[in-house]
Design a protein around this ligand. Structure first.
Ligand SMILES: [Zn+2]
Length: 310
């Protein structure tokens, strides 16, 4: 039977996915083949319970808008999420009242649905592995270059979560001496996040206007306009990501890596240094590592969360 190009992937009722981020929360109803049937978005309020209230309301709105019942809801949330209990174990300082929030119980009581809770980058990778850039791939690492740097692992056809923080390469040491957002030094995130690209550009001298508010997207624009320092800072980020990919491949022999997040928009400026790093030190396995840019964009986390709930 053929119901469409992706009907072989999954069948059954639609599920809901939720993406809980630092600035906005998005919910979507996702068909078994990965299509977003309806979605709703709202700004992220302060406090764990308020965030759950808004997220549950968005699920209800998306379900009403789609006009179909959903079997379960998957939640992809910022922070380290306990795979067993669904509790948020750790989160950045910008999430007030988020640590200790139980996503599974909080969502279950609000929606009456079965709940699967995971980290947002885990959900992003599940989305890309199910319907995106690394679909059909047996093992892959996912890297999200956003405000920070997140990571996730897809091993032998399934998400590998460890105790909740598996694949979190952003806080891997060995990348210089700069202070990381986590308080320690020299983590990958200090070179390869959007925030650190902007910070390094300013610290290294930058150009006109850096004393005001030059974000990573402005650094990207300046690099495209020929600003050599901006080009170098983005190449440094690509080189650092390449080093991290080599470590992940050495440990786990993953053959594919998918890179997403806001800074991945500057792909043409990151990729040459990243690939040069991989070519300089090919894995002893002889297996080539294929690095792909994410293709699902802002949908990856919601559709991945919905896939986890299937
Ligand atoms: Zn760190």
């Amino acid at each position: 039977m053929s119901g469409g190009p992706t009907a072989d992937v999954m069948s059954g009722d639609p599920t809901a996915g939720v993406d809980i981020g630092g600035t906005k929360i998005r919910a979507a109803v996702v068909a078994p083949g990965g299509a977003v049937l309806a979605s709703a978005t709202a700004p992220t309020p302060a406090g764990g319970e308020a965030m759950l209230d808004v997220a549950a309301d968005l699920v209800a709105r998306a379900v009403a808008s789609a006009g179909v019942p959903v079997a379960a809801v998957g939640v992809g949330a910022a922070g380290v999420v306990d795979p067993g209990t669904g509790e948020v174990l750790a989160a950045s300082d910008s999430f007030t009242g988020w640590v200790g929030t139980n996503l599974r119980d909080g969502f279950g009581s609000r929606t009456g649905l079965r709940v699967v809770a995971a980290n947002d980058v885990d959900s992003f990778l599940v989305g890309e592995a199910t319907w995106g850039a690394v679909r059909g791939v047996r093992s892959a690492a996912g890297i999200a270059l956003g405000t920070g740097v997140g990571g996730a692992l897809w091993l032998d056809g399934a998400l590998y979560r460890g105790a909740g923080a598996a694949g979190e390469i952003g806080h891997m040491p060995g990348f210089g001496d700069a202070r990381c957002t986590c308080g320690q030094r020299g983590h990958l995130e200090t070179l390869a996040s959007g925030r650190s690209v902007a910070r390094r550009y300013a610290e290294l001298g930058g150009g006109p206007g850096v004393e005001t508010d030059v974000g990573a997207s402005e650094v990207e624009a300046r690099a495209l306009a020929g600003d050599e320092l901006a080009v170098r800072v983005l190449a440094d980020a690509g080189h650092a990501v390449g080093s991290a990919v080599l470590m992940v491949a050495a440990l786990l022999d993953v053959g594919h890596v998918v890179v997403g997040g806001g800074l991945a928009r500057a792909w043409d400026l990151l990729e040459p240094a990243l690939l040069a790093r991989l070519r300089a030190e090919p894995p002893v396995s002889g297996h080539l590592i294929e690095v792909r840019r994410a293709v699902l964009g802002g949908n990856a986390t919601v559709v991945g969360a919905a896939a986890l709930a299937r």
